[in-house]
Design a protein around this ligand. Structure first.
Ligand code: ADP
Ligand code: MG
Length: 332
């Protein structure tokens, strides 16, 4: 099968919202009046961003999910995406599964595949997404103000927990790994929450490299500091319903890895694609309502201070020590 047959077979579908889709030199999108285009790219490299044995269906899902997550963080509605793909060879069974995972998530978000590039080489997947957001309404990193509350979605740390088990850093009971593994391989982009937070959140980002490290980007861009309750974040893993009731191992008291590891997973683990955002304290109830409306757990974990720097405390307000640097591709 040649390059063009491959594209036609796996990645070409009739254009829907796009004025022109796959098959020409450019795709054409017609932005609606009053809307801004939100654009973001993310690349996935084998060995760096995924393990070689990850099921291709999950990989297709994740490649798009991490991009949709960036749109979510900006409060943008997904429109379309392009797919640049380097493949070692044509493996039809692999392509079938990869495309299924990719296009299923795309359809769930009404996000259309409108073009791309296909080449032979070490497996590498680069997606660019396009979304739309009313002019001036995009959530940014720079809008946090002293007095705002700091919120997180979901239960950060689950992806890192699964990764550690798959890498053999620690053991998890099969049933626990089975519930955690989708958090790593098929993360849920928080698109509905991002949309619901327009006009409420003052800043937002999605956590890809580690919660506290990524939060620092908001603090830098907004020129503020924060006081964060580390216990409130760490306890979310145990509190997440999928883990606590059926899997008592994850009760705070019976944590198998020790408290320090639980904190590291929650505060510095990457790959969860949860949102961290800030909102004015008087909008506390509005944030909770946005979470309810979109079926997303949201938890207030601290507040923004005028004084720069991140102050991490435990539930009693005592300073919490630890190394919570987030992942950096070029560090060390
Ligand atoms: P060109 O040589 O003009 O850059 P290509 O021959 O690389 O275009 O691609 C032909 C068409 O197929 C283009 O419309 C391109 O956007 C699309 N395309 C290529 N690879 C992919 C892919 N992996 N997924 C979707 N569309 C693709
Ligand atoms: Mg061209």
């Amino acid at each position: 099968m040649g390059e063009f047959d491959l594209i036609a077979r796996y990645f070409t579908r009739p254009a829907r919202r796009a004025a022109l889709g796959v098959g020409d030199d450019c795709a054409l999108l017609t932005p609606a009046p009053g809307m801004q285009l939100a654009v973001s790219s993310d690349m996935l490299v084998e060995g760096r961003h995924f393990l070689a044995d990850v099921p291709p269906r999950h990989l297709g899902h994740k490649a798009l999910a991490v991009n949709l997550s960036d749109l979510a963080a900006c409060g943008a509605r997904p429109l379309a995406f392009t797919l640049a793909l380097a493949l070692p060879g044509v493996d039809e069974a692999w392509l079938q599964e990869f495309a299924a995972g990719l296009l299923q998530l795309a359809d769930a978000h009404g996000c259309e595949l409108i073009g791309g590039d296909t080449t032979q080489g070490p497996l590498n997947i680069c997606i660019t997404v396009f979304g739309e957001v009313p002019h001036g309404d995009a959530l940014r990193r720079s809008g946090a103000r002293a007095g705002d509350e700091v919120w997180v979605s979901g239960a950060p740390g689950q992806a890192r927990l699964a990764l550690g088990a798959l890498r053999g850093e620690w053991a998890l009971p099969d049933a626990v790994l089975a519930t955690l593994r989708p958090r790593l391989e098929q993360p849920t982009p928080r698109v509905p929450l991002g949309l619901a937070l327009r006009g409420i959140a003052t800043s937002a980002l999605d956590v890809s490299d580690g919660l506290l490290g990524d939060l620092a980007h908001i603090l830098d861009a907004s020129r503020v500091g924060a006081t964060i309750d580390g216990d409130a974040i760490t306890n979310l893993i145990a509190a997440s319903t999928c883990l606590s009731s059926e899997n008592p191992l994850f009760d705070t008291q019976q944590w198998p890895l020790g408290e320090a590891w639980r904190q590291r997973c929650a505060l510095a683990g990457g790959d969860d694609y949860e949102l961290v955002f800030t909102a004015p304290a008087p909008l506390h109830a509005a944030v909770l309502a946005a979470g309810r409306k979109t079926g997303t757990r949201v938890t207030c974990v601290g507040r923004i201070d005028a004084a720069p720097g991140l102050r991490l405390t435990d539930a009693h307000g005592r300073p919490m020590a630890g190394d919570f640097a987030s992942f950096d591709h070029f560090a060390g």
